[in-house]
Design a binder for this molecule. Structure first.
Ligand code: PLV
Length: 322
């Protein structure tokens, strides 16, 4: 069997979040993965399948997909080129270099970087590593739900799952994982920030839409268009997907509260999911009857992220809270 690059992550009960929601909240600590986020599950799997004999991988990324691709490539002894937009903080560019990758900064947002990555894959004969839109990624991400079932034991089923949505790869992987274990009746709360809300916009329009620009500071949620599979799932009568938005201020407040209460620093993309609890969205959905009032434990996917440190947190505070 091929080597697996991701780790089994802890499932922690959060006393503070549980108090807020009135039901047990479990945190799936994907921040603890090598490369700093859940992305290594899918990207590690994709690289195992597609890049074993590659002359090099190329990945377009807001940061975390690139970190995962660089990590997997280094393990496999394959060169990695990561194309990031100028909105990716310098600290991530440094982390990518430290992971042995060649880094190029192209364009303003992820979509610009992706156009360049697709072009280079073609002209240089490199293996393209998609950050969110590929069935192998979803298959890899699905392993996190299998781990949750093992951690919870046979008699416990989540009342709902909370995920962040960028291009929708995490969402597709979580749904695949829920399908694999027969939990398709578990509602999913899909969180985005205003200004990086391509999935919410698609649901409202009834079709995929492309945002004009990414104006949110949650740059790793900053795909202008969601992937088709995520949209198709949103239209499926078999699934309950509730799409909700928070402001950048709410996402920032969430990462600060999480740091205070759980002693873990995550980036804005993850803050969007955490804000579902800290900004009272779960309780509102219960009051509106969109989630059951008495529900089983809430499963929070703590997707993690490397685009944060104390300096970046201070910058965000100045930008968003002044
Ligand atoms: N980030 C991608 C896409 O960016 C990237 O290149 O890293 N949480 C974190 C910490 C993430 O980094 C991402 C995606 C998400 C959530 C959302 O995952 P997705 O894109 O699969 O919905 C533009």
């Amino acid at each position: 069997m091929a080597e697996v690059f991701h780790l089994k992550t802890p499932l922690l009960e959060s006393i503070n979040m549980s108090k807020r929601v009135g039901t047990t909240v479990y945190l799936k600590m994907e921040n603890a993965q090598p490369s700093g986020s859940f992305k290594i599950r899918g990207i590690g799997h994709l690289c195992q399948q597609l890049a074993r004999h590659s002359k090099g991988v190329i990945c377009s990324s807001g940061g975390n997909a690139g970190m995962a691709a660089a990590y997997a490539a280094q393990k496999m002894g394959v060169p990695a080129t990561i194309i990031v937009p100028s909105s990716t903080p310098p600290l991530v560019v440094q982390r990518l270099h430290d992971q042995g990758a060649t880094v190029r900064i192209v364009g303003k947002v992820w979509d610009d970087a992706n156009t360049e990555a697709l072009k280079l894959a073609e002209t240089e004969g490199l293996t393209y590593v998609a950050p969110f839109d590929h069935p192998l990624l979803w298959e890899g991400h699905a392993s996190m739900i299998a781990e949750v079932t093992a951690s919870l034991g046979p008699s416990v089923k989540p009342g709902a799952v909370v995920v962040s949505v960028g291009g929708g790869g995490l969402l597709c992987g979580v749904i695949q994982g829920l399908k694999d274990v027969g939990w398709t009746d578990v509602p999913i709360v899909a969180m985005e920030t205003v200004g990086a809300h391509c999935f919410n916009a698609a649901i409202k329009a009834g079709k995929l839409v492309t945002l004009d620009d990414i104006t949110s500071e949650a740059k790793c949620l900053g795909a202008k268009t969601a992937c088709k599979q995520a949209f198709d799932y949103s239209q499926s009568s078999e699934l309950t997907i509730i799409s909700e938005l928070v402001t950048d201020q709410q996402a920032l407040h969430a990462i600060q509260t999480f740091l205070d209460e759980e002693r873990v620093l995550v980036e804005m993309a993850c803050g969007a999911a955490l804000a579902a609890v800290y900004s009272g969205i779960i309780v509102r959905l219960q009051n509106e009857g969109r989630l059951p009032a008495l529900m089983g434990p809430l499963l929070m996917i703590v997707c993690g992220g490397s685009t944060i440190n104390m300096e970046q947190l201070t910058n965000l505070k100045h930008k968003l809270q002044s």
